[in-house]
Design a protein around this ligand. Structure first.
Ligand code: ADP
Ligand code: MG
Length: 214
């Protein structure tokens, strides 16, 4: 089972990873955006880590709701409200249980991803964060490692796509040939989840329950 500490460690691991990869995320956002994605998420997840330390929410749901709220309040642009909605809605879907299963998280993440799709009006294939998040949510029912792989593959697969949503869509066909920054950062978020699960499970790569997540 996954407790509030697990979710706090996931958010902290994401903050570390976003910090490390900020320059790369911003570089990806240069040709098809406005070169701020790395800085946006760095600011957001730094604030998330600080808030979680201060407030120490007691449940998995409360950790993600607080994280989502902080992202909305600190990150401008498209990605703040979208990532904020993802975490807030995933957290809300987890309810106030003190511990949740990998399967519970997979179901909740699906709810969060659906909320992102609704807010941004995007679908897989539009060259957005959804190209990493939708396959990750689908695969999370199998295992954390499967979700990590699916998100990474999804992010890589955005390169040949033409953007249909967000700033990159203004470029039309010129958006083709560049990996989407938001799909790339979404893969970092899911990789941080898999890393956290790996640490928790003692390197089995399972879903923290020692099972298949079914
Ligand atoms: P901005 O585009 O406002 O500068 P960021 O650079 O932080 O915001 O984030 C850009 C990323 O946001 C894109 O790479 C894309 O993945 C994601 N994005 C933009 N618009 C949408 C949308 N409508 N739905 C889902 N994701 C989107
Ligand atoms: Mg940008």
């Amino acid at each position: 089972m996954l407790d509030a500490d697990f979710f706090r460690r996931w958010m902290n691991a994401t903050a570390v990873s976003v910090d490390r990869e900020a320059d790369r995320l911003t570089a990806l956002d240069s040709p098809i955006g406005d070169a701020d994605h790395g800085a946006n998420l760095q600011r957001g997840f730094t604030a998330v880590a600080a808030s979680l330390k201060e407030e120490a929410p007691a449940t998995p749901g409360a950790v993600l709701v607080l994280a989502g709220r902080r992202l909305i309040s600190t990150v401008g642009g498209a990605s703040g409200p979208l990532y904020g909605t993802l975490l807030r809605r995933t957290g809300k879907a987890l309810g106030d249980a003190p511990e949740v299963s990998g399967a519970d998280l997979a179901t909740a993440l699906r709810t969060g991803v659906d909320a992102v799709a609704k807010l941004g009006g995007a679908a897989p294939g539009d060259k957005t964060m959804l190209d990493a998040l939708v396959p990750a949510a689908d695969a999370l029912g199998d295992s954390f490692e499967a979700a990590r792989d699916a998100a990474e593959q999804g992010a890589l697969a955005t390169t040949p796509l033409q953007a249909r949503k967000g700033r990159a869509s203004y470029l039309g066909e010129r958006s083709i040939g560049h990996q989407d920054p938001g799909a790339t950062s979404s893969a970092l978020l899911i990789a941080a989840l898999a890393d956290t699960a790996k640490d928790t499970a003692g390197g089995t790569g399972g879903n923290g329950e020692g099972g298949s997540g079914e």
